[in-house]
Design a protein around this ligand. Structure first.
Ligand code: PFF
Ligand code: NA
Length: 454
């Protein structure tokens, strides 16, 4: 199937905004509101944020352009797209490795993503109950540890979230989810603004901003740089085919470069706003910014239990966090499901339920890694930590590196300019950042993190 011959068998976005919405729905998720603040806290703040912003601009944006380009050129699941384009332009179907690794990464990420999104659901229940607001401060602060030490409750929410994700994918991504995102994303944004207003009154707003934006390079290690790089892939949904498959539904007259910049810009804005909300509250309450995965839950509950109408705003907020996670989770399933539909000739529903079940089972490992199996460590990391490390720090950057190299060095100039409609300056910038800068940075950061550069 060539670029001009019609559309993907799975469908096509009705217009440019549907693509932007869906891709932004995929990008904006737990990565922005939950993960970005806590890894920023663990890695010392400002210097880490600066490296992260550099990674987004020099690595993330060119690779997102590459990924959409390949998707629209191939018009199939990432595995088959890479197989066909690989044969056509790269001399070998072995390029499908990118698709296989990405699809696997999607399963692994989804397996813990549903658990974390489950935490947000658990907090909806807590914050919505007036009794929770009456608890002593220490108990509210400790509510997160209490939650994760209870495997039964975690399983319940993990299961619920896996179910709602699978149901939507089984039905087809288009109608329901597009409409949902259209109203929910602006609402989430508005609520972040409300919380930002609250954080600004804590009296520690400036300290929060300093933590986030004043770089102190003595706090930066090569490991932190790898985390920042990995997170720039994770947060933009790159390196695993999610954006590739969304790109395959993109009509041919839409400008890829502009849409990508909008998507990456919105994702970055939401992450920075989440940081500006959370850190002032952390400092105002003498909490530890490096508290880890529970940071979002232990800090914001303090805000919600002490502010006016906190029960209302808090319930709405955690609901929206879950919704943001929902629109991301769907895109994690899409590469695997589209491949099963193409290759096994199964219905979309059957494919979705199979993949959803698989992720649910793997997710049990994450549920237990916070309690029963907390001391079970491989490479000094729990099951959850390993899944997170392996996907974000290794699989996504490696996939992204190969995607950039393939799109910029192997795809013909004719196809490149047709997809990116240009020969101008922006095209040249994309070409050379994808050819040299992005792969080079990923490579050097890998070598350093492995300790190979001394
Ligand atoms: N970008 C999502 C987030 O920031 O929460 C996570 C994600 C979704 C990663 C989809 C990868 C992906 F394919
Ligand atoms: Na994100």
């Amino acid at each position: 199937m060539s670029a001009d011959s019609g559309q993907s068998i799975h469908g096509q976005w009705s217009n440019k905004w549907m693509f932007i919405l869906a891709a932004t729905g995929s990008a904006v998720g737990l990565g922005n509101i939950w993960k970005f603040p806590y890894i920023t806290g663990e890695n010392g703040g400002g210097a880490f944020v600066l490296v992260y912003l550099i990674c987004i601009s020099l690595v993330g944006i060119p690779i997102m352009v590459s990924e959409v380009l390949l998707g629209r050129a191939g018009k199939q699941s990432p595995i088959n797209t890479m197989m066909n384009l690989g044969r056509q332009y790269g001399g070998s179907g072995a390029w499908s490795f990118i698709g296989y690794m990405g699809t696997l990464a999607g399963f692994l990420i989804l397996s813990f993503y549903t658990v974390v999104a489950g935490w947000a659901l658990a907090y909806v229940q807590r914050i919505a109950s007036p009794a929770f607001h009456e608890l002593p401060l220490e108990e509210i602060k400790g509510s997160f540890s209490a939650l994760v030490s209870n495997p039964g409750e975690l399983m319940l929410w993990h299961t619920l979230f896996a179910l709602i994700t699978t149901v939507v994918v089984a039905r087809g991504v288009s109608d329901g989810i597009e409409k949902l995102v259209k109203y929910l994303m602006p609402l989430l944004f508005a609520l972040l603004c409300v919380l930002l207003g609250y954080a600004a009154t804590t009296g520690h707003f400036v300290q929060g901003l300093e933590f986030l934006f004043a770089p102190d390079f003595s706090k930066l290690s090569w490991d932190s740089v790898l985390v920042a790089l990995g997170h720039s892939f994770f947060t933009l949904s790159l390196g695993m085919g999610a954006i590739m498959i969304y790109g395959s539904y993109l009509p041919k007259d839409i400008n890829i470069g502009k849409t990508v910049v909008i998507i990456a810009g919105m994702d970055t804005l939401v992450a920075l706003m989440a940081g500006m909300v959370i850190f002032p509250i952390v400092f105002a309450n003498n909490m530890d910014p490096g508290a880890g995965p529970g940071l979002l839950f232990s800090t914001l509950t303090l805000a919600f239990t002490s502010m006016e109408f906190g029960g209302f705003f808090g319930t709405l907020f955690y609901l929206l966090v879950a919704f943001a996670g929902w629109t991301s989770a769907i895109s994690l399933l899409e590469p695997g499901v589209s491949w099963l539909v193409e290759n096994k000739n199964w219905s979309r529903a059957k494919s979705a339920w199979l993949v959803g079940l698989l992720c649910w089972v793997i997710g049990i490992g994450t549920v237990l890694s916070f309690n029963v199996l907390a001391d079970f460590k491989i490479f000094d990391r729990t099951i959850f930590d390993n899944l997170d490390y392996l996907t974000a720090n290794i699989m996504l950057p490696l996939g992204g590196l190969l995607i950039a190299v393939f799109a910029s060095w192997f795809i013909s100039r004719e196809m490149q300019t047709q997809q990116l409609d240009g020969k101008g300056g922006l095209f040249t910038i994309w070409l050379w950042t994808s050819r040299v800068v992005a792969p080079g940075l990923v490579f050097v950061i890998f070598l350093n993190a492995l300790g190979l550069l001394g």
